[in-house]
Write a protein that binds this ligand. Sequence first.
Ligand SMILES: Cc1cc2nc3c(=O)[nH]c(=O)nc-3n(C[C@H](O)[C@H](O)[C@H](O)COP(=O)(O)OP(=O)(O)OC[C@H]3O[C@@H](n4cnc5c(N)ncnc54)[C@H](O)[C@@H]3O)c2cc1C
Length: 291
Amino acid sequence: MKPAPFAYHAPADTGEAVALLADLGEDAKALAGGQSLVPMLALRLAVFDHLVDLRKLQELRGIERRGESVWIGAGTTQATIQRSDEIRTAVPLLARATPLIGHFQIRSRGTIGGSIAHADAAAEYPAVALTLDAEIEALSPRGRRMIPASRFFTGMWSTELAPDELLTGIVFPVLPGPCGFAVEEFARRSGDFAIAGATVAVGLDADARIDRCGIGLFGLGPTTSRATEVEAALLGTAPTEAVADDIGQSAVSVLESVPSDLHGSAAYRKRVGSAMVARAWRCAVQEAVND
Ligand SMILES: Cc1cc2nc3c(=O)[nH]c(=O)nc-3n(C[C@H](O)[C@H](O)[C@H](O)COP(=O)(O)OP(=O)(O)OC[C@H]3O[C@@H](n4cnc5c(N)ncnc54)[C@H](O)[C@@H]3O)c2cc1C
């Protein structure tokens, strides 16, 4: 199928882009790498009268260390992130999640901003952003604002972004002290979206007790989520006290609205999710203890 007709706009800077999005309202959509939007247009799952292409916006590209955080421009491709030494050392969870996204052709065009704004429940980047307490930078004619990842993902393919807001960057904190990170997912074929996956970030204090814990889940609900009750119970404990399989089971036991489709039933997804959490927990803890 071919997309329905649309008018194409290629603004030269972010000011022009947000003015266009504001003028055109809900009939317009931003276009980044096109790896999610273009298939949806082609299948007519989405129809927009106007596409605002972000490819000329240099301000949306780059990776910058800013004190104890790293800013990544929304238009930075997943392939650039995969190649970045800064990301590998400062935001290892993001670096490890990137090769799991689709295939290299997709990562060459797909952007981090596109993945976060698209907010697919089975995507890796939203789970990484949520697990690391990243902040999403948004620009509109009303100005710039920062949105915590915990408030950003509001449902299936839906976010806190207003129709006239452009996602301009994502800020990831660089965690201090001994810490460990892991992402684990199961997909039937390499490059497919995960049936279920988990991200873990764990930090230890001077007494080697857990003082920071993030457990992200993807493919296990209408949007990415965190196992907040399990995280709270782990804080202050020694990482080796906890049994990884129990953590996995507890993390998925409270989930409601787990999808059931041709890739697997809700019960199967929960079993896979539990195993992914347990695996990621073991890897992250091992890294933190040896850090
Ligand atoms: C075969 C295939 C396999 C894939 N496998 C995976 C996978 O395993 N894991 C995974 O995470 N992804 C996967 N993807 C999706 C891929 O990661 C996309 O690159 C990503 O979801 C969207 O990024 P994009 O830059 O292509 O955005 P686009 O497709 O251009 O846009 C996606 C959405 O985000 C909005 N948007 C984009 N940029 C902005 C911005 N700066 N401000 C506001 N809104 C914006 C658009 O309006 C649109 O609604 C796959 C895609 C394909 C085709």
